[in-house]
Design a protein around this ligand. Structure first.
Ligand code: SF4
Length: 211
């Protein structure tokens, strides 16, 4: 029998609309660090409103994290549910997989936008079915959904494959990024592109041919 996973001790404050004064954020960090917090899971974006004081080029260079590339096409920051930090229902370690995918593909330049989302189980808290590439952990591996998107004309991603290992997922994402580099164009999403090119053509390109 698989041993039951320990749920970590957590505190997840409800911050209405995700907006908090920097002063309050600092207080919260100080307080929780004193209680033993070493890291935090930030869901979605963290945006500091600088008001009248824009950063100079030198200041931008000295910041510890590069600015998010949310305004331009390419591979967006990888989204992942709260598995392993907040929730222990995950079947696989999707957090380490998300970090690896982010390291390898975030910011890859494309003419189009490409979103990737992972969830630790079928409850889908990170909504992988609405991402261009959705990865949903299962007891035996990862279900891959392709071609979803939110936005003005939302679509649900179609089941594409079930993969056993993290390495297979990374390889597939790499090939999908290559496909988008070769065939993508402005303002088109992956699902639409596959519709235009044909699913068989797409499957051949990414190494999962139709039977
Ligand atoms: S998708 Fe599953 S593993 Fe992830 S946060 Fe939701 S319930 Fe937990």
């Amino acid at each position: 029998m698989t041993p039951k996973k320990e749920k970590p001790e957590i505190y997840a404050p409800h911050i209405p609309a995700g907006v908090i004064e920097t002063r309050r954020l600092r207080e919260l960090l100080d307080l929780l660090e004193k209680r033993g917090a070493k890291e935090a899971k930030i869901t979605g974006e963290l945006i500091f409103v600088l008001g009248e004081k824009p950063l100079s080029a030198g200041e931008k260079d000295s910041l510890p994290y590069a600015a998010s590339r949310y305004e331009i096409p390419g591979v967006r920051g990888i989204k992942v549910c709260s598995a392993t930090t907040f929730c222990n229902r995950n079947h696989q370690d999707v957090l380490s997989l998300a970090l690896e995918l982010d390291k390898k593909f975030y910011g890859a330049e494309l003419l189009m936008k490409l979103t990737v989302g992972l969830s630790g189980c079928a409850r889908s808290c990170s909504e992988p079915a609405t991402k261009d590439i959705g990865v949903m952990a299962q007891p035996q591996g990862y279900k891959i959904l392709i071609g979803g998107n939110a936005g003005i004309n939302p679509s649900i991603g179609k089941e594409f494959a079930t993969l056993k290992t993290q390495e297979e997922v990374v390889r597939l994402v790499e090939r999908v990024v290559d496909f988008c580099k070769a065939h993508g164009r402005k303002m088109v999403r992956l699902g639409k592109l596959i519709e235009e090119k044909g699913e068989d053509f797409f499957r051949e390109h990414v190494g999962y041919p139709s039977h």
